[in-house]
Design a protein around this ligand. Structure first.
Ligand code: IUR
Length: 477
């Protein structure tokens, strides 16, 4: 449903329309009623124009967090957030080929780095808008800034130019794209309302609608190191994201993937770029390559560039193996300001930023590595400077960890299992102990780890080829 534009007069009434008061809207949601599209529009406009009091918006966010929103309200909220700013426009000839992916955040999650250039090498246009690290999770922009000169600040006009010449860019959000999200997200952060399902849905999907995409794949993570602790919570979020994405015109698929252990073998900004380059050279860890190829496979299938997600995944794998994805990555880095000499020769052998201290820890018993927990590793690296804290806004790109063993592998007592890279502050004994608690070695037989992707939520009515792993369809009311 498209609502006609309405203007507010200085008293907070719609010209030629109904009169609203924010306190009435707060009371309505507090008491558990659904808000009308006009009430939601009023609130989003008042927030964007900074006409509503912060206390009122805080109270409304908490009422939404506690009472929830139905599908219609969530859709109206998302649509009004899009309308708060500009929508990117692309040339007609790119129609059907403009794609993006979004992850709810993890540890060691460097999937975007090989995926965007691999999609570009397959003929897509990828205007990827990424974020910085939040809490213990890493941010794609922080990782890319390990490469000297790289700039995530690109205007919509510069993005258009880079997409024309290279096919992909990875940028930060510009101020005129969904300004309502910036305002509401900052308020959610200080009002304990970040984990509200309709508010997350509005925040994520509004930015993707403003990117004017032809297809979107969401990687919704669950587990100890994810926003959603359980598979059930992740499924609920994935259904909401797919349903609202599709209802606002974007073919959307959600993958639900496990986030108990780090993705790949490296965590920390510059170390993750090196591992992403390994993947771009057709090598690197199997779990990372699986996530990159399958996410890309679904995107190519959704936008009609492949007949199935399996065929799409094969095309992405070929772009990683034949060097075309690596060439696109280098071209993207150069177009976004990386020093040309470095950008043109980037490879997994490139020395980016190396920390002055490296220390290995040893396993305390022999057996099989049953689990490596991402959360304690991420927390220690954060404290060592890999992430932002309230005290300092700067990060040390060289801080990180390399896993020297994989899950399911047999180890002997005393084998080194993790190498920590750090500078200042130094690694403390209590942190060494916490890290030792992150690896579980037992007497279970050695095993091959399962794929991280546990379920796939497809848009209603979209069927995969016979024999593929269809799990569940998004519920669109
Ligand atoms: N990322 C977003 O863009 N929005 C959110 O609300 C969350 C993550 I949580």
């Amino acid at each position: 449903m498209q609502l006609p534009p309405m203007e507010l007069d200085p008293g907070g009434r719609y010209k030629d329309g109904p009169e609203f008061h924010i306190s009435d809207i707060i009371a309505k949601k507090r008491d558990g009623s659904a808000l009308s599209p006009e009430e939601i529009r009023f609130v989003v406009q008042a927030a964007t124009k900074r006409e509503a009091q912060e206390s009122q918006l805080g109270a409304l966010l908490m009422a939404i967090r506690l009472r929830g929103m139905d599908a219609e309200e969530t859709r109206a909220l998302t649509r009004e957030m899009v309308t708060s700013g500009r929508v990117l426009q692309w040339p007609e000839e790119w129609s059907g080929r403009v794609v993006d992916k979004h992850s709810t955040g993890g540890v060691g999650d460097k999937v975007s780095l090989p995926l965007a250039p691999a999609l570009a090498a397959c003929g897509c246009k990828v205007p990827m808008i990424s974020g910085r690290g939040l809490g213990h999770t890493g941010g794609t922009l922080d990782k890319l800034e390990s490469v000297p000169g790289f700039s995530p600040q690109q205007s919509p006009e510069q993005m258009l130019e880079i997409l024309r010449s290279v096919g992909c860019c990875i940028v930060g959000q510009s101020a005129d794209l969904v300004p309502a999200d910036k305002i509401l997200y900052e308020m959610r952060d200080v009002t304990a309302t970040v984990d509200s399902l309709p508010l997350i849905t509005g925040s994520v999907i509004s930015k993707k609608v403003a990117e004017n995409l032809s297809a979107l794949v969401l990687d919704v993570k669950f587990g100890e190191a994810a926003v959603s602790p359980t598979l059930e919570k992740a499924r609920e979020l994935a259904n909401s994201l797919v349903s609202v994405g599709v209802s606002l015109g974007i073919p959307t698929v959600a993958l639900i993937s496990n986030m108990d252990s780090p993705i790949g073998r490296r965590v920390g900004n510059s170390l993750e770029v090196t591992e992403a380059l390994e993947c771009l050279e057709g090598a690197g860890p199997a779990d990372l390559r699986d996530l990159v190829t399958r996410t890309g496979g679904y995107l190519l299938w959704l936008c009609g560039q492949a007949v199935s997600d399996t065929q799409g995944a094969e095309r992405i794998a070929a772009a990683l193996d034949d060097g075309s994805a690596l060439r696109s990555f280098r071209a993207m880095m150069e177009a976004q300001g990386a020093e040309p000499e470095i950008a043109r020769t980037l490879s997994s052998a490139t020395i980016l930023r190396r920390a002055s201290h490296q220390e290995e820890l040893q396993v305390e018993r022999g057996g099989t590595v049953e689990l490596i927990r991402a959360r304690p590793i991420a927390d220690i690296l954060h404290a060592l400077g890999a992430g932002r804290s309230q005290a300092t806004d700067t990060i040390n790109h060289s801080v990180g960890a390399e896993l020297l063993v994989g899950m399911g592998q047999h180890v002997e007592k005393g084998d080194p299992w993790i190498r920590i890279h750090y500078e200042s502050p130094l690694l403390r004994d209590t942190q060494r102990q916490t890290l030792q608690g992150a690896i579980r070695v037992t007497d279970c037989p050695p095993f091959t780890p399962a794929s991280l992707i546990r379920e796939v939520i497809l848009p209603h009515g979209k069927k995969q080829e016979a024999g593929a792993t269809v799990r569940r369809e998004g519920e669109i009311s």
